[in-house]
Design a binder for this molecule. Structure first.
Ligand code: ADP
Ligand code: MG
Length: 377
């Protein structure tokens, strides 16, 4: 046997998803417009997912998340740009491979199970054309993988929301798709079930070696689950990176707000410092590219700030504790600034400050402040 360096290694995965080197999903500069008069639903939409990766896309309602998945799945044509799945061109202005030929699995928020079919028959549904013994074995594997053993003969209305969603996932994974696309899969479930099920879904997908894209408007879901998170805004991915990067190194105010609660306080850059009504702070190196004297917005997050008591007799700063809320694991202080703006600071101890106390604000530890150019709006 000759050695073939390009041969692909198949993983020992229960669904035999072929491992591919490089991106499994490549979306390049895609544009989609529903009505000529409207804003495009997608424009300059760029996106890549590697084999076995779990990527989530976080965006507000209307930002184009569902359209993006429909484009990848083949339910929507692109006006321009390219979509490649497993290296094969499936969509461009002159190509459109139909959905059933794209080998992607779909899971929606409303489960979309066939009500007249049992769990087993629902999972078997996408496996036509397979040898019946292979099909049976595959259904068995899926039932095992998704923990549905014992529920095979039930109908959708005899299952909980979480169980229905696991059936939907089993059905999507059964034909060994190249990628699984999940559109807000947990939004119909109550909060507690959501966080349990999302952990389960992640572990099922990882065990299956599946490549997955999940879109959601729920920040916690997007950040908690994925290997990488893309922030979607007005029809394109504004930034993509690990959850930590997105949270700590947002590239724009939009990303900063999407990644976590924060305040953007106007200030002026002075060398390596930013001067704001909340105080003077050392600027994160990325901000040095802006010129000294530039108007900026300084990113303030409650978890990165610390409070100090104002020293008696020192110059009054007009910064005062506006409110104090005990939250168990921490205490949140609302700190009123001279302009009337309030910024939040989280501290472990609840004792040190009371409402009305004069304080000053610092960054915690070695934390530096990220600044964005103030664009005048
Ligand atoms: P999201 O899933 O992030 O909420 P969508 O992809 O559903 O966003 O929608 C993106 C934009 O496209 C919105 O402005 C929406 O109103 C519009 N849109 C979505 N589907 C259609 C459609 N079938 N016809 C016309 N406009 C649509
Ligand atoms: Mg949607």
């Amino acid at each position: 046997m000759t050695f073939d360096p390009t041969a692909q290694v198949l993983p020992e995965s229960p669904v035999d998803v072929p491992a591919r080197r490089g991106a499994v999903l490549q979306v390049e500069d895609v544009a989609v417009q529903y009505d000529a008069a409207d804003q495009p639903a997608l424009s300059h939409f760029d996106f890549e997912v590697q084999a076995g990766e779990f990527v989530s896309i976080l965006g507000h309602s209307g930002s184009g998340k569902t359209t993006a998945l429909r484009v990848i799945a083949g339910f929507e044509k692109v006006q321009s740009g390219y979509v490649r799945i497993g290296g094969r061109l499936v969509a461009s202005s002159f190509t459109h491979v139909p959905p059933d030929k794209r080998r992607v699995g779909l899971v929606f928020q409303d489960y979309a199970l066939f009500p007249h079919l049992t769990v087993k028959a629902n999972i078997k549904f996408g496996l036509s054309g397979m040898d019946s013994s292979v099909r049976k074995a595959q259904v068995g594997k899926m039932i095992e993988l998704t923990g549905l053993r014992g529920l095979e003969r039930r109908y959708a209305h005899e299952l909980s929301g979480g169980q229905q969603q696991r059936v939907a996932l089993a059905r999507a994974l059964a034909p060994a798709p190249v990628a699984v696309l999940l559109d807000e899969p947990f939004s119909n479930l109550d909060r507690q079930l959501r966080s349990t099920l999302r952990r389960e879904v992640r572990s099922i997908l990882k065990d299956a070696g599946a490549t997955a894209v999940l879109v959601t408007h729920d920040r916690e879901e997007a950040l908690a689950l994925a290997d990488r998170v893309g922030i979607m805004n007005e029809g394109r991915i504004e930034q993509i990176g690990s959850p930590g990067e997105i949270y700590s190194r947002p590239s724009s105010p939009v990303v900063a707000r999407m990644a976590g609660p924060c305040e953007l306080v106007p200030g002026v850059l002075r060398g390596e410092m930013v001067e704001t009504e909340a105080g003077r702070f050392t600027v994160d190196a990325a901000g040095y590219e802006l010129e000294s004297g530039a108007d900026v917005l300084a990113l303030m997050r409650a978890s990165e700030l610390e409070l100090l008591a104002s020293v008696n007799g020192s110059e009054p700063t007009g910064i005062k504790i506006a409110y104090r809320e005990f939250r168990g694991e921490f205490t949140e202080f609302g700190v009123g600034l001279p302009s009337g703006r309030t910024i939040r600071v989280r501290r472990r101890s609840s004792e040190a400050f009371s409402e009305g106390d004069a304080v000053s604000i610092q960054t915690r530890g070695t934390s530096k402040v990220i600044v964005f150019p103030a664009t005048g709006n």
